[in-house]
Structures are given as structure tokens and as C-alpha cells.
Design a protein around this ligand. Sequence first.
Ligand code: ASP
Length: 435
Amino acid sequence: MATNAIRNTWSRYRSIPIVYRIGAAFALGSGVGLIVGEPATVLQPLGDLFVRLLSMIVVPIIVLTLLMGVRQLSPATLGKIGGEVVALYAISSAIAVGIGLAIANLINPGSGLTLTDTEFETQEAPNAVDVFLGIVPENPVTAMAEGDILPIIFFVLVTGIALVLIRDTTEDESLRRGAEGIFRAAETGAEAMFKVVWGVMEYGVIGVFALMAATLAQTGAETLVSFAVLVVALAIAVVIHIGVVYLGGMIGLLARQSPIAFLVGSRNAMVTALSIRSSSGTLPVTMTDAEENLRIEEGVYSFSLPLGATINMDGTAMYQGVAAIFAVNLVGGTLTIAEQLTVVAIAVLASIGAAGVPGTGLIMLTLVLTQLGLPLEVVGFVAGIDPILDRLRTMTNITGDLAVATVVGKWNGAIDFADGVWTGDVAGTPTAADD
Ligand code: ASP
């Protein structure tokens, strides 16, 4: 009897799509953090466990899906897709900073607040030559061990192309079969990783509850209230960017698909990014959404998504615009149009060199403020609210990666629109068959 009841409750719980369960955990955790305060920080390890579980699969999923993807591509197609992806990334990031600046100019976050003395750590700006050289790993094993995404992409692409050449041109049958075998093993391995992702997402319900409780316990209601205008300004800019640029422009106009279907297909990744504040950490879920919901071919997403997690950060770039106006309002000045254009340039360039990990946007702010001659103390001042702002930035970042993958997939005939979310079939909604 009792076991039956437990089993029924469990399967009823499992029949709710994972994204809603995680969403509820997000809201409940936030509430608990705000109400309970400091003691709720003990939950942090449970949240860290979720982040670690996701981080664990980042490198394997990149390597395995890239190997699968490259097998379908010629270097020429790869170059064409790469060019389209990078162009869309750059254009959308510049628009994002523009939107951030415009909204902040309208709302004026920071006016009425006074800058208090705070501690902060300055960081060195990444040097363009080092960023460029860093794409080629000195040692691929070190790159994988350290989770350095760009060098991993480079190494796997080069090796994958070599394997394709062996498969397609060698006379030696056993070598040819060996190359094909590696691709097949990668396919099975990637499938296994997608299954692991769903398992990790089940734990995510607890993990996200704990992460949100611990974050809001630390941030506290007081900080939330005093920085409310800054949070609202960023939130409005994010909603406009996602709504107009991604959904309307990219999905509606360029890909000519339903924005709602796109949102539903991307929702697991969006909620995860909102919860863990890391584009890189969210990659396994972003890739799973691309594969299972948006039905994009590996040839496009296996390359564009990891690349996007490091070089495409619209939310982060947008925040630089909002924060620059915030900083100038704090000190009671104004930014000229030329200075605002400088913000666009630095934000877009810096977001290319920065890693998709928590807090990157805050570090980038030191560059922007230095360039504008504004007090760097602002960085320390907003650090307390950054765990909240970072969530909005990261969610925007990964949504942009998926929107670009969808557009480029459509342009290259690399999406199966007769399947997945485009026909109303959404993975992440467990059915009895999954149990
Ligand atoms: N946390 C963001 C990301 O991983 C970067 C940022 O701090 O804005 O995409």
C-alpha cells in the first residue's frame, strides 16, 4: 500500500516537465533564502554539487559531439558555417550593448545612490595576441584537463578533419573502418552524455533550490531593494533583446520559425543558466536542447555552441552598457555619445576574450570603467548584487547561442523541422516509457 502510494506520487512528480520542477525550486529557494537569511547558506554544498555534476560532462560532451559533427562537414562547409556564426555573434552583441545603453539612459539606475568605499580586485585585460595564440593548445590533454574550450575545439576539429580524410581517401580498409569506428564510438558516447544530462537535471531540482537559497541569503533583501533599479534596468534590456533580436529578428525573420517553439525548445538551458550563472557549465544542457528539442544537426551546434559559450556574450556585453550609465550616475556625470560608442566597442571585444563562468561580466566592468575614467570602486559597490545580475546575463548569453545555431542551421539545411519542438514534441517531459 505505502509503496504503491510512494510510487504513484513519484511518477506523478516525474510527469511534470523538469523545467517546471526546477522553476518551482528556483522560486522556493529564493523565498527561503530571503526569509531564513544567513543560516540558509549551509545549503550551498548541495547547489555546488549540481554545478559540479554539470561541469563534469562539459569536456566529454564537447569532444564527443564535435567528433560527431565534423564527420558530416567538409572544411569549406565548416568555414562557411563558422563565418555565419561569428558574424551573427558579433552583430547581436553590438546591438545588445546599444539596447543596454538606451534602457539605462531612460531609467537612469544609480541616480540617488552614493558610492561607498568598497574593496575590489582589479584584473588584467586579456591581451588580443594571447587570446589568439591561446586558441592553439600546447598540449590538448592540459586543455581538456583545464576545460579550456577554444583550444579543445581547435584540437578536436583538426583531428576530426584528419579522421574524415582517412575515412574518405585511404585504400587501407582496416584504417578506414577504424576511423568510422571512432566516429561511431563518439556517437554512442554523446548519446550517453545526453542521458547523463537528464539524470543531472533530476538532481537539479534540489541543486537549484539550494543555490538560490544560499545566494539570496547572502545578498539579502536590503541589497536587493537598494539596487532594484539596476536589476530592473538590466531585466528590461534582457527582455527586449531576447524578444526583439532573438525571437523576432533571428527566429521570426531570419529563420522564419515560431518563436514560441524556439523558447520551449531552449527552456531547459535557459533555466539552468539562470540557476548556475555559467555559460560553460550550462553547455551540456544547451547541447541537449539543441539536439533533442531544436533538432539542429551536430555539424552546426557541436561547434557553434561551445564557441558561443566563450565568445558570444550578449547579456554580459549589454550589462557593460547598463553598468557604465549606472557608474556615471553614481558620480553625477554624463557620458557623451562618443564615450557610449567606446563602451560598445570595449564590451563587444572584451566579451570575446572572456570565459563563460560566474562573475566574468563584473571583471569586464573594470576595463570599461578604466577606459571611461570612472571610479573602479563601482565594481566593488555592485559586487554584492552581481550574483543576481549574472543570472540574467548568463541566460541571455546562452539563448543567443541557441538562436544563432537555429538561424545558421536553417540557412544550411541542418535542422529537422519535421521533428522535436517544431512539431510540439519536447524532451524533458518524462513519459511513463522513460521509467
Ligand atoms: N556568467 C556569465 C556567463 O557564464 C558571464 C558574465 O559574468 O556575464 O556567461
